[in-house]
Design a protein around this ligand. Sequence first.
Ligand code: CTP
Ligand code: ZN
Length: 150
Amino acid sequence: MKKELTVSAIRNGTVIDHLPSNITFKVVEILDISGIESIISVATNLASKKMGKKGIIKIGNKSLTKDEVDKIALIAPDATVNIIKDYEVREKIKVAIPKIIMRIIKCSNPNCITNNEKAATKFSVLMKNPLKVKCSYCERIMEEEDIVIL
Ligand code: CTP
Ligand code: ZN
């Protein structure tokens, strides 16, 4: 008898694939999915030829915002976002770290205007791997380990 756990295909929604297995739940946390009433499936430690082990997140009836896609890029630069319509993969997005990062990360300088007034954060990306960014307001440089996703 074949005993196999499979995650069902979805009719409409988003499949986030090729996640490093150990950060799958971190990606779940940055998504705005608390109000979703459709099925959300999360699987980790799946066998992958390319990655060894991978994680996958399937969210019914949701499309991701650009901010959500950019947040995924920051923590899982090799992820693929698949948009599913009527069971077919309609679009396959390779996530990418933008050259300018707006809103989605916090400046680590407590005196920065973005931490004291209602100003959206803005960073220029100095290096992608490892990630290194510079605040456009106070010029604080932050390395990957200092970066907090909003
Ligand atoms: N998928 C799904 N429901 C569908 C269609 C696809 O859950 N109705 C999932 C697949 O299980 C897969 C991902 O969406 O995890 C991408 O599907 P597809 O492009 O068909 O798979 P691959 O060719 O393996 O993707 P890649 O080339 O990106 O590895
Ligand atoms: Zn700043």
